[in-house]
Write a new protein. Structure first.
Length: 198
């Protein structure tokens, strides 16, 4: 199925600064970029709005959608017990309206989505080295030593899969990174639109 929009997948290890980069990219780019809203079973935090930050679903609602195959990808975040997922309908609606839909998801989720959208633009954002990543995670000063070690273990595995991405961008400075990604995306204007296998 040919769709008029484009799918952009941005991944990278925790602490790489992806969320900041994506927010600034959407604000500054003249491309019709839109961030796909994920679904989650975790309760909303103060100030979060349904359909803006996440689609907040009960565990029962989430599992029903999962059983019906309504997610492009989904996973349970261990240690917290909450599920997160990308709804097919949300992505499809954006692409059908000609938007460039950004999925800011982890590496395993990205590789799953790539099976549905083999022409997706895949961008891996990282801080350049594991040492720098550890420095950034520790500078946050928000997590226990065990939590930091878990994040670093996951990040090590994710860094090993970055060759699966179309582009790799080192985030040393947010402004420069946003400029680089925007320049990369501009090169895809006028190219063949992504096709969904499902």
């Amino acid at each position: 199925m040919s769709l008029p929009g484009k799918l952009v997948i941005i991944s990278g290890p925790s602490g790489a600064g992806k969320s900041t980069v994506v927010s600034q990219l959407i604000a500054e780019s003249d491309l019709p970029l839109v961030l796909s809203v994920s679904a989650t079973t975790r309760p909303p935090r103060a100030g979060e709005q349904n359909g803006v930050n996440y689609w907040f679903l009960s565990s029962e609602e989430f599992q029903k959608k999962r059983q019906k195959g309504e997610f492009l990808e989904c996973k349970e975040v261990f240690g917290r017990g909450y599920w997160y997922g990308t709804l097919k309908e949300t992505v499809k609606a954006g692409l059908e309206s000609g938007k460039w839909v950004i999925l800011e998801i982890d590496v395993q989720g990205a590789l799953t989505v790539q099976q549905h959208f083999p022409n997706a633009i895949m961008i891996f954002v990282h801080p350049g080295s594991m040492d720098e990543l550890e420095r950034r995670l520790r500078a946050r000063n928000t997590e226990s030593e065990d939590a930091i070690k878990r994040r670093l273990d996951v990040a090590f595995d994710e860094m090993g899969l970055r060759h699966n991405y179309t582009h790799e961008v080192i985030n040393e400075n947010v402004d420069t990174t946003v400029e680089r990604i925007n320049h990369l995306l501009q090169q895809y204007q006028g190219e063949e639109t992504p096709c969904s296998k499902s």
